[in-house]
Design a protein around this ligand. Sequence first.
Ligand code: SF4
Ligand SMILES: [Zn+2]
Length: 124
Amino acid sequence: MRSKQGIVANMEDVNRNQKKDIRLIGKFVEVYCAGKQHAAEHTQVVLPAGLGERSLCPECAAFLQYAVRKRLNCPLEAEKPTCKHCRIHCYDKTHREKVREIMSYSGRKLMMRGRLDYLWHYLF
Ligand code: SF4
Ligand SMILES: [Zn+2]
């Protein structure tokens, strides 16, 4: 049986922009994990605020949980730049390199599938 891992946040504490970004990063990580054929047994990552679940290998599951926690705790929420253009960059070096790899890989995949809508929202 697959395990489930959730990210705890109160529904009312998650604003519209956070939801949009969390939905987006979840999609990009899922496309990356499936495309790279990460074979380890998958975990269901339960996103906060009723944003659904993503089926991921343990490494991608851990990455997504990190990214969601960062997004929920963004210290620049009031001005919220795109993470790509952020003056702080709250991710550590390893996760920052990883998110770039994921966004670039999945961005290309989604573009090939004609999902140009995602590209307008590139996070990194
Ligand atoms: S990278 Fe910058 S904008 Fe993105 S979550 Fe971290 S502090 Fe906020
Ligand atoms: Zn994976």
